[in-house]
Design a protein around this ligand. Structure first.
Ligand code: ADP
Ligand code: ADP
Length: 230
């Protein structure tokens, strides 16, 4: 089955904003997908629906083969913990915790046993090149390092799907390149990744590009099986 399957998905927010107006999207395992489009076109809403953070108003959402309409909120959060890693533009790290504990905290809902969490967290930080920063708190790290901690937190439980909303939006280009390098390595290792981006360079670096406008997919290019350009 597809990792992500949206059929005729609509989303109307309270107040009447039609953020999604009939979205069909199927994503296979191992794809690296860019979601692009103007501000307000529905990209974040689509990512929230794919991420099961928000239920659609209409249509069908299947994640990892499960129709989420048939799952309770509790089952949904269990599915999310096992299946999904999130990276946001704002890093959303706990300022009171060091890098290791920020990542370990992210493993609370993934099914990784308590006794293994710090070891798994350390391995994930190693994977993003921060093995030497375990004891640093967010305010002792650069923006790029903080976002790599956030990426480590997203991947520590080995989720098959990573969702990233403008992951380089708050970073200078050097730090952005580092974070993209980490995502590229994860893609090469088989993780499915969807990235919302305004940056055309990032979009072109993704084998598949989905363009959203006024709550609809207006363009969907790339076979999805290719590797990034570099
Ligand atoms: P994008 O990510 O492309 O900027 P969004 O998905 O954030 O687009 O927003 C799509 C539309 O839905 C916009 O008109 C936005 O103002 C509206 N919207 C987004 N989130 C909410 C919300 N929680 N409540 C009401 N309206 C929302
Ligand atoms: P981004 O810049 O990543 O597209 P947004 O500014 O669209 O993010 O949205 C940031 C958060 O605010 C999201 O959780 C979104 O659901 C919420 N949001 C966006 N637009 C509205 C709105 N008109 N009313 C209420 N919440 C909104």
């Amino acid at each position: 089955p597809y990792v992500v399957e949206l059929r005729a998905v609509t989303k109307v927010y309270p107040g009447g904003v039609h953020a999604l107006r009939g979205v069909d999207l199927a994503v296979s395992g191992g794809e690296l997908l860019a979601i692009v489009g103007p501000s307000g076109s529905g990209k974040s809403t689509m990512l929230h629906v794919i991420g099961t953070l928000d239920r659609p108003t209409g249509g069908t959402v299947r994640i990892g083969g499960y129709d989420i309409a048939g799952l309770s909120d509790r089952e949904l959060s269990a599915l999310r913990g096992r299946t999904l890693g999130f990276v946001f533009q704002q890093f959303h790290l706990d300022p009171g915790l060091n890098a290791l504990d920020n990542v370990a905290e992210g493993l609370l809902y993934t099914g990784v046993p308590r006794g293994d969490r710090r070891e798994r967290a350390a391995a994930a930080l190693e994977r993003v090149g921060l093995g030497h920063r375990l004891a640093h708190r967010p305010n002792q790290l650069s923006g790029g390092e903080q976002q790599r901690v956030a990426v480590a937190r997203a991947v520590a439980g080995d989720p098959p799907l990573i969702l990233a909303d403008e992951p380089t939006g708050n970073l200078d280009s050097g730090a952005g390149t580092e974070v993209l390098g980490v995502l590229r390595d994860l893609h090469a290792a088989g993780t499915t990744i969807a990235i919302i981006t305004h940056d055309m360079e990032i979009a072109e670096w993704c084998p598949r590009r989905v363009r959203v406008r006024d709550g609809r997919i207006v363009d969907d290019r790339g076979d999805g099986t290719g590797r990034p350009a570099q």
